[in-house]
Design a protein around this ligand. Structure first.
Ligand code: NAG
Ligand code: NAG
Length: 289
């Protein structure tokens, strides 16, 4: 028994120390400047490193080629407060990746390949304060409810994307918003832009870079928003009035047609009835003879 125990003891020590170093140590090719920070930026990673410590709070993954983050990522790393995924190859964020219980305060998804921000993408993450979504050159659709439930969000970056329009609800639903970056998008100042224009004029102080530019639908000319006024969008209301007018005219026509048809039906019924009563009288006269 003695030789066996003598052999077992170092083995146990070896395995436990191996486990400890494996669990507490940095993933290969990453730096861990303090116990809660893992810095894997600029390492040419094509996927998330395997052995990230579970208690990581700051995870820096910028300047890599990471194409996706698994939807259970923030369940696993539930202490994560700061996540930098800038300049990667993400094309979408799977719904459920972020959730209400997430502690994330800072999320950088800038300079990726996102195309759409749909409803519930951020799972009503109530801790989120800063969200960076700029420089996604194919990002052309942002749902009206994309940022729903982000009650603490103060800073939202949507600059240098491919947005030609944005439903105003996406911004007006954010109660804590202090700063929004929207410059460098191919905005089109058509009638769909009218509501956003009104919001932007009322919330000018939230735009750090001042003026935005948009192209006019008539001739594609680019103008600064400050050159436009509510007056510029009055034509949209005129278009509405024209539609209203058309509806009125058409409903007028339908009412007249209905009236004509009703009177025709009534007239025919009366006529039929008269003929029938005449006919039956004739029968009576015939039978009397
Ligand atoms: C983005 O990441 C790639 C790969 O690491 C790097 O070569 C490039 O310089 C980065 N771009 C920016 C703007 O940081
Ligand atoms: C980015 O997305 C666009 C459109 O979905 C696609 O055509 C392009 O190849 C993607 N680029 C990269 C680097 O993944």
């Amino acid at each position: 028994m003695l030789p066996c125990a003598r052999w077992l003891q170092p083995a146990l020590v070896f395995f436990s120390s191996a486990l400890l170093t494996w669990g507490g140590n940095c993933p290969p090719s990453c730096l861990c400047p303090d116990p809660h920070t893992v810095d894997c930026s600029g390492q040419g990673l094509t996927r998330l490193p395997d052995s990230i410590p579970l208690d990581v709070r700051r995870l820096l993954l910028s300047n890599n080629w990471i194409p996706r983050i698994p939807s259970d990522f923030l369940v696993l790393y539930s202490d994560l407060v700061y996540l930098d995924l800038r300049n990667n190859s993400l094309s979408q964020i799977e719904p459920g990746t972020l959730s209400t219980s997430s502690r994330l305060v800072f999320l950088d998804l800038g300079s990726n390949n996102l195309t759409e921000i749909s409803k519930g993408t951020f799972g009503e993450s109530r801790s989120l304060i800063k969200l960076r979504l700029g420089s996604n050159p194919y990002l052309s659709r942002v749902s009206k409810d994309a940022f729903q439930g982000l009650t603490s969000l103060r800073e939202l970056e949507l600059e240098r994307n491919a947005l030609s329009g944005l439903q105003v609800g996406a911004l007006s639903q954010l109660p804590s918003l202090r700063l929004v970056r929207l410059e460098g998008n191919p905005w089109v100042c058509n009638c769909n832009f009218a509501n956003l224009f009104t919001w932007l004029m009322e919330n000018r102080h939230k735009l750090p870079n001042g003026d935005l530019e948009c192209s006019l639908p008539m001739d594609g000319r680019t103008v600064a928003l400050s050159q436009l006024s509510q007056e510029s969008f009055r034509k949209c209301q005129e278009t509405l009035t024209l539609t209203d007018l058309l509806i009125i005219i058409f409903s007028g026509i339908s009412v007249s047609v209905a009236a004509i048809m009703a009177s025709f039906f009534l007239a025919s019924t009366v006529h039929c009835f008269q003929r029938w009563s005449k006919g039956s009288k004739g029968d009576d006269e015939e039978s009397e003879e």
